[in-house]
Design a protein around this ligand. Structure first.
Ligand SMILES: C[S@@+](CC[C@H](N)C(=O)[O-])C[C@H]1O[C@@H](n2cnc3c(N)ncnc32)[C@H](O)[C@@H]1O
Length: 273
């Protein structure tokens, strides 16, 4: 089902971004496994992974639901779909189906699903409410939709503050909004869920205060490194500015005390009524 032309988006779907998503998934893995367990995902479930990226969560979900369960991953990027195909082959996962599709324009695969998982996707689409409606249609009554979406992106800051980082963060937000997305989309999600037949069961803020030696530091640090290149490619910043941001990141990693507040993510679990 591969398309001939890669369908990119604001963060990119190139090799460095594919690897960055892996680092990001590993940094968040404990939180995510706990979230899935609390929401009730277990052996035998049928789970829809919405905007699955290269499939890091897809593979974990497939192991959890086991042979009697099934994971259906939907993703628009051919590069990422190929990565999912590669992962499921090398990990011997026979319970994963992958569909290359555009969430805004295409129908979702037939359900009904017991759960959906959607992380950092609604913040990139032009009309998230359309996607929420499609997810609602795909779930069985009593099925649960689970989301991780940013709720307040500008909570992301270094302590002590680094001026170049704040400028970088503002470029990220401006480029993101300029491409039709909304980094704080999690704030609007509960209302969309309610109007699409869901009862919101829980909303949990996920924010971390991390130091350079913490494993999770790799998540924002690698985002800075990879996205600086992306912003240069998009013509938003120049190399001199990128060097300044990297120098400030290195200083933050060297100087003590130094920590970072991560961008606030809302973990939202809603039940189809
Ligand atoms: C930040 S990545 C998150 C990927 C994955 N959910 C994860 O947590 O690792 C956002 C993903 O949304 C996908 N995406 C963006 N717009 C999309 C659309 N209209 N239809 C399908 N996928 C889309 C991108 O291709 C990308 O894989």
């Amino acid at each position: 089902m591969s398309q001939s032309k890669e369908r990119d988006y604001v963060l990119g779907t190139h090799g460095d971004e594919l690897e960055r998503l892996g680092v990001q998934h590993r940094a968040w893995r404990d939180v995510v496994l706990d979230c899935w367990r609390t929401a009730g995902i277990t052996t035998g479930n049928k789970v829809l992974d919405v905007g699955a990226g290269p499939g890091y969560a897809t593979a974990d979900l497939a192991e959890i639901v086991g042979r009697t369960g099934k994971v259906v991953a939907v993703e628009r990027s051919t590069n990422f779909v190929n990565a999912i195909d590669h992962t499921i082959k090398t990990r011997g996962l026979s319970n994963v189906q992958v569909h290359e599709l555009d969430l805004m324009n295409d129908a979702l695969p037939d359900g009904p699903f017991d759960f959906s998982w959607c992380r950092w996707v609604l913040c990139f689409v032009s009309d998230p409410n359309v996607v929420v409606r499609k997810i609602s249609d795909a779930l069985r009554p009593g099925g649960r939709a689970i989301f991780h979406e940013y709720g307040h992106y500008t909570t992301w800051q270094f302590v002590p503050p680094r001026a170049s980082h704040e400028e970088f963060r503002n470029h990220v937000v401006a480029t993101w909004r300029g491409s039709g997305g909304d980094p704080d989309t999690g704030l609007r999600l509960p209302a969309w869920l309610k109007s699409n037949g869901f009862a919101v069961r829980s909303i949990v803020p996920r924010i971390f205060c991390i130091q350079p030696g913490d494993y999770m530091w790799q998540w924002p640090a690698q985002f800075i490194q990879v996205h600086l290149l992306r912003l240069q490619e998009l013509g938003q910043i120049d190399a001199a500015f990128a060097d300044r941001v990297l120098a400030d990141l290195a200083a933050a990693e060297r100087e003590v005390p130094s920590f970072m507040m991560t961008p606030l993510v809302l973990e939202i679990v809603a039940e189809k009524t």
